[in-house]
Design a protein around this ligand. Structure first.
Ligand SMILES: [Zn+2]
Length: 373
């Protein structure tokens, strides 16, 4: 049996728990950040939407029995810190929807054929004090690997990519004082990559080019011994029961690769000195970058938070059923009645959203409506 997904509120309560340890770390490094995370999403409205289709199909059942619902949070304040659990969680949801819509456009509007892969580029774990230089070299090497004018062969197969930089630290790395930076890449490759025997490239060829790019910027850079390259496959039936069968599963899996790359669970146990280095290095760094067709379509669709939201909360398909108000009390979210003041704030938020809306419309044939996230 697949695990029942956590409710929105359960996830938010878990985020508060994770943030406790991040706040403790920031208290020693930057009290302003600690304070911001403490107040992040401490009160919010939660809107619940239901699929109109499901109601049409089952007019006799009540909204409470629906499994196809979308919850949309409207917080009073978000801290936007890279390591805040709330903000990471919300960014992941947005990124998922954004990638889904980009791929939808490539498949259905542009009619471009591709084979999707998940490439993970790794290096030998650097010691914490060498993390920044290592991260810089990796970023430059990746750019070179995919650059259209580079002499390397792999780039000839790439139609588009979305890359995210992740840094983790398992127990062994923690004991050795090392970090594990790596780059996840959602790759849209030309079908030639699989079918053209003359120009065929293996995983080892890609690894060799990755090492050449690293050494181009730093000849002493330790040899990377492995990378992961997986063709993105359809999801299983079990997962389909969670995500809904109306969704094209293969493309749903592609969007899964694009989750926002901060693993909060690793940060919780990270020693303060290591966290300090990570925070300083990633403070202004862009964790997600785009190239090729993904970059072009992304620019065409001009994503903003409001437009993303509108994509999966299309009023013709989803109906707002209820609005609840929650406040953080003793590290748990408690439902509170909506007083006149909160009602006025909520109306103001809605008006502000309407002013910003400027719907771009693309027709879907295969993917259909973005799945609820
Ligand atoms: Zn936050």
């Amino acid at each position: 049996m697949p695990k029942k997904p956590k409710t929105f509120l359960e996830k938010m309560n878990k985020n508060v728990e994770n943030n406790t340890s991040i706040i403790t770390k920031y208290k020693q490094l930057n009290t302003k950040y600690a304070d911001n995370i403490l107040h992040c999403a401490s009160s919010f409205f939660l809107e619940k939407y239901f699929s109109q289709y499901q109601k049409l199909d089952n007019p006799q059942i009540s909204y409470n029995d629906f499994n196809d619902s979308v919850e949309k949070m409207k917080p009073f304040f978000l801290c936007k810190n890279k390591f805040c659990s709330n903000c990471t969680f919300l960014r992941s949801r947005k990124l998922f929807v954004e990638t889904y819509n980009i791929l939808d456009n490539i498949v259905n509007v542009k009619n471009i054929n591709f084979i999707a892969y998940h490439l993970t580029l790794t290096v030998k774990n650097p010691a914490v004090e060498h993390y920044k230089t290592c991260q810089d070299t990796m970023n430059k090497a990746f750019k070179l690997l995919v650059k259209s004018t580079s002499k390397y062969k792999f780039k000839d197969f790439i139609l588009g990519y979305q890359s995210s930089r992740e840094t983790t630290q398992n127990k062994d790395a923690r004991l050795r004082g090392e970090l594990h930076p790596h780059i996840h890449v959602l790759l849209l490759l030309k079908p030639d990559f699989l079918y053209d025997c003359r120009s065929k490239m293996t995983k080892n060829d890609i690894l060799r080019e990755w090492n050449m790019c690293l050494k181009y910027f730093d000849p002493t850079f330790p040899e990377s011994t492995q990378i992961a390259l997986q063709k993105i496959k359809s999801k299983t039936e079990a997962e389909a029961s969670i995500y809904g069968k109306s969704v094209d599963l293969q493309n749903n899996a592609i969007a899964e690769v694009s989750k926002y790359p901060v693993k909060i669970s690793d940060l919780v146990d990270m020693p303060i000195e290591d966290f300090k280095v990570l925070d300083k290095t990633l403070h202004h760094a862009r964790l997600i970058t785009y190239g090729g067709i993904i970059k072009t379509v992304r620019a065409e669709l001009k994503f903003s938070d409001e437009k993303i939201e509108d994509k999966f909360l299309n009023p013709e398909k989803y109906k707002l059923y209820e609005v609840k108000f929650y406040e953080l009390l003793n590290k748990k979210y408690i439902e509170k009645p909506i007083t006149e003041l909160e009602q006025a704030i909520y109306e103001d938020m809605k008006k502000a959203r309407k002013r910003k809306l400027n719907k771009p419309k693309t027709k879907s044939r295969v993917l259909g409506e973005c799945p609820p996230v």
